[in-house]
Write a protein that binds this ligand. Structure first.
Ligand code: ADE
Length: 230
């Protein structure tokens, strides 16, 4: 999959691909990452990309020209490019979106800064508009990374052990059960004794109970959906 990040701050994003799983995915040619800066598509002499809002109101916004030129050029070169705008004023990004988008060949994330992006750019180019959670960040770079990380995990070969994809949180509407490692007793705290006895059916049943309690405690919204289904 090709990932293109449209951003004024390439460094914020590039460093995430310099370690660990996504670095390996690039080395294995499963991911290809590139960057475009709206500043390189400006027609004004100071390479300005932001301006005041015509409505008045606080803060600057990206004005249309640089992003229009950039995205028109990109679409000509890569007609299948699927363009995503992260913004707090979007649809909540979910695991199901991550899985679905993992099948695309080219994703483009357009990171806003300041107060956002002139709405006409979004109307003209957005395939999807996503919010990653009910809080406001200083720009679209982190949301772009959050989404692309969640998406990349679903590309075959990116994760070392793909079994983990089927038991993790959100797959079955319950959060994942807590996990434990060695030693069985640490700082006076022990792992659940059932986990040490090797009876896989009983371990699974305990894990399910723990997942239910965790979900009920932390995510009553998910738990009530689970209760309807089971
Ligand atoms: N830009 C700033 N905050 C955001 C959020 N919560 N989701 C997506 N994009 C954003």
């Amino acid at each position: 999959m090709r990932l293109t990040y449209v951003t004024l701050f390439e460094g914020l994003i590039a460093s995430y691909f310099e370690d660990s799983i996504l670095k390996r995915a690039i080395a294995k040619n499963l991911l290809e990452v590139d960057f475009l800066s709206p500043r390189d598509f400006t027609t004004n002499k100071h390479a300005k990309v932001d301006d005041y809002q015509v409505s008045g109101g606080a803060g600057l916004v990206f004005f249309p020209q640089p992003l229009f030129s950039l995205l028109q050029t990109l679409k000509k070169q890569s007609p299948n490019a699927y363009i995503i705008f992260p913004t707090p004023a979007g649809k909540l990004f979910k695991q199901t979106d991550a899985k679905r988008l993992a099948k695309k060949e080219h994703l483009v994330f357009v990171s806003g800064r300041y107060e956002g992006i002139d709405e006409r750019v979004i109307e003209a180019f957005a395939d999807e508009v996503f919010c990653i959670g009910d809080y406001v960040l200083t720009g679209g770079e982190l949301p772009s990374l959050v989404m692309s990380d969640a998406i990349s995990r679903h590309i075959h070969g990116v994760l070392g052990n793909e079994d983990s994809l089927s038991v993790e949180s959100f797959e079955n509407t319950l959060l994942e059960a807590p996990c434990f490692s060695k030693p069985p007793l640490y700082e006076n705290k022990s792992v659940p004794s059932e986990f040490l006895k090797g009876n896989h059916a009983r371990i699974l049943s305990l894990k399910n109970k723990m997942a239910e309690s965790k979900t009920q405690y932390f995510r009553p919204d998910l738990f009530s959906r689970f209760r309807v289904k089971h």
